[in-house]
Design a protein around this ligand. Structure first.
Ligand code: M6R
Length: 366
């Protein structure tokens, strides 16, 4: 059932071109030039008039929520707050009937996320769910929603569910942005085009597997890792660090690259691997300076860059080249090498990648 792969996690990483496509199938109609998402139709006006959107989730789904914050604020200009469900439910949050709460969950069974939904519902908010498991508790508890079509995810470390969530959230941000007039017809078409090219770009990123395995060999005995990214790639840095922690048991931290100088820079020495997501986007120049800061302290840089980058290869010890895409869509591509890196490191360390210690696929207790 692992389809010839050694682990479910690897199979699921490699399924992403397909699962991303499945998550936009019937929703992104390139030829007709429009977007369709059944779940949102009845709530389009509500979304368009929303004063703010709250997002609740845990773990990797919370990281997808952070990407959505960038997407929705950027494309639709609605203020977004992303909350850990476990904090939200206990901190007496301010919620009104005018709020839309988006709950994101692969399993649809996460206890904290479910409790956050119940709380928001009791205050009259509209709840929109993004779940992978059809008919799950969260899917049933929401007013409306859109399923991700990632297919069953068995590996405890979430991979294809994350990219499917980001795909659905991208479509949502595009629909709301277009409806609100903050996303022009031209920009919408451009993004639709780019989004439809993502599966083949992910396919290309997967070809880096052998190269990434070699990098994994070199760093498999490290005891710490730092992951840095800015803008849309900041949540990707968090996700890369989480993947490494949960399956390889190596301590890793994700940080917005510019925050480094407010603390974590003290950790950098010749033993510290620093994974920097430095694709060509609006913060590229600034990330290049951050790389220089790491280099000056002898940190070992592994950089994820855009194909054809001719600056960073002269600075980083290892460079992983991913295909170019729109800034807003880059997380769908840039996360892939990080999934592979954590996978290979965990395998080389002899870890049980599909069922890491102390973890369960769905966390149904608080
Ligand atoms: O099923 P959910 O998306 O609600 O699960 C949330 C987290 O428990 C989950 O993403 C967890 O962090 C994963 N093990 C991450 O790989």
């Amino acid at each position: 059932e692992k389809g010839g792969y050694e682990h479910f996690m690897l199979k699921e990483i490699f399924e992403q071109p397909r699962s991303i496509l499945d998550s936009m199938r019937g929703r992104l109609e390139l030829e007709a030039g429009h977007l369709n998402m059944g779940g949102i139709r009845a709530y389009e006006r509500k979304f368009a008039n929303a004063e703010r959107i709250l997002i609740v989730a845990c773990g990797t789904s919370w990281h997808a929520g952070l990407v959505a914050e960038y997407l929705i604020e950027d494309l639709a200009r609605v203020p977004v707050e992303v909350e850990y469900a476990s904090e939200f439910r206990y901190r007496n949050p301010i919620i009104t009937e005018r709020d839309i709460v988006i709950a994101i969950s692969q399993s649809g069974e996460t206890a904290d996320t479910l409790a956050a939904i119940d709380l928001a519902k009791s205050k009259g908010a509209t709840i929109f769910g993004i779940c992978n498991v059809v008919g799950s508790s969260i899917a049933r508890a929401t007013d409306a929603g859109a399923y991700t079509h990632a297919g069953p995810e068995i590996g405890v470390a979430s991979t294809k569910a994350f990219t499917a969530q980001v795909t659905v959230l991208t479509l949502l941000a595009m629909i709301v942005g277009h409806q609100r007039g903050t996303l022009s017809d031209t920009k919408l078409r451009e993004l639709m085009m780019e989004l439809s090219n993502i599966p083949s770009k992910v396919e290309k990123a997967l070809l880096l597997d052998a190269e990434i395995k070699q990098i994994a060999e070199i760093f498999k005995d490290s005891t710490n890792f730092l992951y840095l990214g800015r803008g849309y790639n900041f949540p990707v840095a968090l996700e890369g660090a989480l993947k490494l922690k949960e399956i390889s048991y190596i301590h890793a931290e994700g940080y917005p690259a510019a925050e480094m100088k407010h603390g974590p820079i003290a950790l950098i020495d010749e033993n510290m691997p620093v994974v920097v997501i430095a694709t060509k986007d609006s913060s590229y120049e600034k990330v290049v300076s951050n790389i220089q800061e790491v280099k000056a302290r002898k940190g070992r840089i592994i950089a994820v860059v855009t194909e054809g980058d001719d600056v960073i290869p002269g600075m980083a010890e290892f460079v992983i080249e991913v295909p170019a895409t729109s800034e807003a869509l880059m997380p769908l591509v840039s996360v892939v090498p990080l999934q592979l890196l954590s996978y290979h490191i965990a395998v080389l360390r002899g870890c049980n990648v599909d069922q890491p210690r102390n973890l369960a696929k769905s966390v149904t207790v608080e």
